[in-house]
Design a protein around this ligand. Structure first.
Ligand SMILES: Cc1ncc(COP(=O)(O)O)c(C=O)c1O
Length: 419
């Protein structure tokens, strides 16, 4: 085999489908989000960023950056060890305590990323219990990987389809160990799992509930504890998993659960045990962020307001978006090549940046631009974006759509205003 030819042919196949991934060389401007500069042909170009998962811009918040700088000055850059071998600092301990409190759980455990926390926790729980997994069809790659590596039997239910979940789970004995694995906010659709129903089904059929709140933590619930907090079911969820990298704007992942479960993962999970712990500065920044975000509900209100404005403007412009009531606004292009073209022209000619999302992140034929407006995207930016998208949409001869309702105002405030 000529290895290079082999690998080039694999890349060519992706290129021919229009889904080769180009990374944008992009620096955000600290203190001026959502503005950033990207280099194109060696020259800087200023753009407005619409696709960051730093949903509240906490990655640039002064409290976060100051905490990180102070930690570096106090204890240096890295830990020099795994958590077990000299790599646990007071920063790790304090952050885990705060995360456990945020989710009303006995314990929390930090991992190097949200991806690792999902894959290693699900793999470990499955390997230890020999359970059957019940997994939503659109669950994230990290959950799928963990379930697969556990070697356990898995049952995939249709996205958010509770009748299908019941149909599958009811076929097993009450005493057979089972875990239902779901996300709360689905990141590419922006829809939300019916957590109260899932909890109810889990209790009826004696299953554990594993919930990924990666795209909800910091953003929903009066204290930013996620959709489980908003829906009042936090106590009923057995294991909550989330990230420190999106709503909290830093890096790392974690689980929060009962002592026996967290201690088991801590003691048996290879992806936790055999890796150097995250730098103290990252833990310090994350703690500062969680403290700030959990006590500033106005951030969540503003986030939802701006998302709702953008959604409303897209609907008025007859552009095909997925309707939901979260902070994620997916614009459906449904063609990989045109999706890239739309993104390129918007960035190059209009200065708006939204990365094309294609297979395998979404199914082929469902390519989209995923907009994530933040509290820092102004009304003027939103107007300018929508006008620009309409211009390029016409240029590419993409179809406009008709909505049955033109006013899609959704009651967004109810869970953000009152404690
Ligand atoms: C649903 C979901 N879970 C987990 C992850 C991984 O989180 P992290 O970026 O912290 O690795 C992602 C990443 O985008 C995600 O979308």
């Amino acid at each position: 085999m000529n290895y290079d030819d082999f690998f080039r042919s694999k890349i060519d196949a992706i290129r021919n489908e229009g889904r080769y991934r180009y990374f944008l060389d992009l620096n955000r401007h600290c203190g001026a989000y959502p503005k950033g500069t990207h280099r194109t042909d060696g020259k800087p170009k200023e753009i407005t960023i619409w696709c960051s998962n730093d949903y509240l811009c906490m990655g640039q918040h002064e409290k976060v950056t100051t905490a990180m700088k102070n930690a570096i000055d106090a204890v240096g850059a890295g830990t020099g060890g795994t958590r077990n071998i000299s790599g646990t600092t007071s920063y790790h301990v304090d952050l885990e305590k705060k995360l456990a409190d945020l989710h009303h759980k006995e314990k929390a455990l930090v991992f190097t990323s949200g991806y690792v926390s999902n894959s290693t926790t699900l793999e470990t729980l499955g390997r230890m219990t020999g359970c059957h997994f019940f997994s939503d069809k659109l669950n994230h790659a990290s959950m799928i990987e963990g379930i697969r590596h556990s070697g356990c039997q898995k049952h995939i239910y249709r996205h958010l389809d509770m009748a299908h979940l019941v149909e599958l789970i009811s076929q097993l004995d009450y005493d057979t160990p089972k875990i239902i694995a779901t996300e709360s906010v689905y990141s590419m659709e922006g829809d939300v799992a019916p957590l109260a129903d899932i909890v109810d089904i889990a209790r009826r059929y004696n299953a554990l509930v594993y919930l990924d709140e990666v795209h909800a933590v910091g953003l929903y619930g009066y204290n930013g504890g996620g959709i489980a907090e908003r829906e009042g079911v936090m106590e009923e969820i057995d294991i909550i998993e989330a990230t420190l990298a999106k709503g909290f704007g830093v890096m790392g992942g974690y689980i929060a659960s009962r002592d026996a479960i967290v201690d088991s993962v801590r003691s048996y999970a290879n992806g936790f045990i055999f890796t150097t712990s995250l730098p103290p500065a990252v833990m310090a920044g994350a703690l500062a962020s969680v403290e700030y975000v959990s006590s500033n509900n106005n951030l969540r209100i503003k986030l939802q307001e701006q998302a709702q404005k953008l959604r409303q403007r897209f609907v008025e412009a007859k552009l095909p978006i997925l309707l939901n009531d979260t902070h994620i606004v997916p614009l459906m292009v449904c063609n990989a090549v045109l999706c890239r073209k739309l993104s390129d022209i918007l960035r190059q000619d209009f200065g708006h940046y939204a990365q094309p999302i294609n297979f395998p992140t979404v199914p082929k034929g469902e390519e989209r631009l995923r907009f994530t407006p933040t509290p820092f995207h102004t009304d003027e930016m939103i107007d300018d974006l929508v006008e620009s998208v309409v211009d390029v949409w016409k240029l590419l001869d993409l179809p406009f759509v008709r909505y049955n309702q033109t006013d899609i105002t959704i009651e967004i405030a109810k869970n953000y205003v009152m404690p």
